[in-house]
Design a binder for this molecule. Structure first.
Ligand SMILES: Nc1ncnc2c1ncn2[C@@H]1O[C@H](COP(=O)(O)OP(=O)(O)OP(=O)(O)O)[C@@H](O)[C@H]1O
Length: 505
């Protein structure tokens, strides 16, 4: 029997090593048109490497690739690759200073039949037609830098589709989206699927796999473990395939001991304001984990960032363990004992060429030896502890950071925040981009910080993250709109995050 149509892409026996690290071993993947395909696996399992092979950015040592039954083009023929497949990465590739229309036709301005570059007006018209064809509700004249993360992704998808491909790789597309924007992105994806687009979808949020994909492939330790319809892979089975059942299911967070009496205020804010939040007064006790939940425009991220000196305030005051905090200054925050896992980990000054140990101990290097000279032994000891505590996937403290997968690099950022021994720990979207077991490790680190008498602020709208909190403050439109002690019902909290509370209905 002949098949009606060959797969959009068929990879066979792909092997790729980076020095001593085997990133992919004899891996197969076939994506059929019309069946969006999830690619899941723990941090370092080989997902990005496979995407880089599928998009022609990395040449595998072994294996073959066919697109629509045809052999893959030569690596240098970028235009030919773009006609077959495109990847929308977490970091946007649009040029912020240019308009949406200019971005859509970047490097290939439409020309007239006589070879003349067409006018801006005509380019805008073509852009509008393209956006309408794919149902992208974005103004073609808008400056791309002003678009929301979700609209930026849609523009990147439209640009890829205009080059002819109908296979789009989405690399953790929801990592920077709140729940509402995620819902909108999924609705667009469904429409695009109906119009003939197929997605290869990479995510650490397994819930999303069931929502947007028909087929799932699990990678583990550089190998393909299974490919199956999502209906045949319930969450337990999926997690087992990802982890190999090692150590059983992820451990539930430790029991929450009830505080004996009122704890001293580790963080006290009075009428703190900025352009993004207004009149915030709150306290976080020592030995308390407080959640801060909110959608993208709620101001929650900026409030967390303000404590760490990463966002400028315009009014009000803040104290850390009773001492006034000069907001808007990272050195002042560090000196006051505030450690932060920032939202934008990619720009967090990790140095790719330095070792894992050097990156982790960067902020404390002066403390690890006399006269600021770092004892390699002390540095390695700190790094080894962090690697074990946070389960960082690395060959060891001396490995260059560039050898780590994206999720494991994020764990290095957290290790660095913890290395300063902070009295107040601000975790912004702590589990974005990390795998299912690493999530538990990170949340356990928050609970351990609490047990050690630190104060922890968890800024997130993931219910899993908020569940470890002693109480959750909800922000809406720049104000704290509700507070929930531990034990809240999901529906109530989600409604408050959406702004549907009695005060804001
Ligand atoms: N440029 C590189 N140099 C050295 N090693 C690398 C490089 N890129 C990836 N690796 C290694 O290859 C393996 C697979 O990494 P890959 O980035 O494909 O994982 P991943 O599944 O995408 O992880 P994550 O979920 O953390 O993004 C890891 O052990 C990683 O450390």
């Amino acid at each position: 029997m002949t098949r009606a149509r060959p797969p959009l892409v068929e990879a066979r026996g792909i092997t790729k090593r980076y020095g001593p690290t085997v990133a992919l071993l004899d891996t197969d993947l076939a994506i059929e048109a019309g069946a969006s395909h999830a690619l899941v696996g723990r941090n370092g399992a080989g997902k990005s490497t496979l995407v880089s092979v599928l998009t022609g950015l990395t040449r595998p040592e072994r294996g073959t690739l066919r697109y629509d039954g045809e052999p893959a083009p030569p690596l240098a023929d970028r235009a030919a690759w773009r006609r077959r497949v495109a990847c929308v990465y977490q970091q946007s590739t649009v040029v912020g200073e240019l308009s949406v229309a200019e971005n859509l036709f970047l490097g290939r301005q439409p020309v007239t039949p006589r070879g003349r570059v067409i006018s801006r007006r005509l380019m805008r018209r073509r852009a509008r037609a393209l956006l309408d064809e794919w149902g992208v509700p974005v103004d073609e004249r808008a400056r791309a830098g002003g678009l929301s993360v979700e609209d930026t992704k849609l523009v990147e998808i439209a640009r890829a589709l205009s080059r002819g491909t109908r296979l789009i790789v989405l690399d953790e597309p929801t990592a920077q989206l709140d729940s509402r924007a995620t819902g909108r992105l999924f609705a667009h994806m469904r429409r695009l699927e109906e119009a003939g687009v197929t997605f290869l979808y990479i995510s650490h949020h397994l819930r999303e796999v069931y929502e947007v994909c028909q087929v799932v492939t699990v990678l583990r330790d550089a190998r393909r473990i299974v490919t199956a319809p999502v209906g045949e892979m319930p969450p337990g089975k999926l997690i087992e395939a990802m982890t190999g059942g090692r150590g059983g299911p992820p451990a539930p967070p430790a029991e929450r001991p009830r505080p004996a009496g009122p704890a001293p205020a580790a963080v006290r804010l009075e009428h703190l304001s900025s352009p993004r939040f207004h009149d915030i007064s709150l306290t976080v006790g020592a030995g308390e984990v407080v959640g801060l939940a909110g959608l993208a425009g709620s101001g929650s991220h900026q409030l967390g960032a303000a404590l760490a000196g990463l966002h400028r305030t315009t009014g009000g005051r803040a104290w850390i363990f009773g001492r006034p905090l000069r907001t808007g200054s990272v050195p002042a925050a560090l000196a006051a004992g505030v450690g932060c896992l920032p939202r934008d980990r990619h720009h967090e000054g990790l140095v790719a060429g330095l070792s894992v140990a050097e990156n982790i101990t960067m902020p404390i290097s002066g403390r690890l030896g006399p006269l600021g000279l770092i004892s390699p032994r002390a540095r390695d000891a700190v790094a080894r502890r962090a690697i074990a505590d946070l389960d960082i996937g690395t060959r060891g403290p001396a490995e260059p950071l560039s050898g780590l997968s994206g999720g494991n690099q994020q764990k290095v950022v957290l290790a660095r925040a913890l290395a300063t021994d902070p009295r107040v720990l601000v975790l912004i979207d702590p589990t974005a981009g990390v795998d299912v077991r690493a999530k538990q490790t990170l949340l356990a680190a928050a609970l351990r910080a609490r047990a050690e008498g630190r104060a922890v602020l968890v800024v997130s709208d993931q219910l899993e993250d908020l569940r470890v909190c002693d109480r959750v403050l909800v922000m809406f439109n720049g104000f704290v709109s509700a507070e929930y002690p531990a034990g809240w019902r999901d529906a109530d909290l989600l409604a408050a995050v959406e702004g549907v509370t009695p005060g804001h209905g």
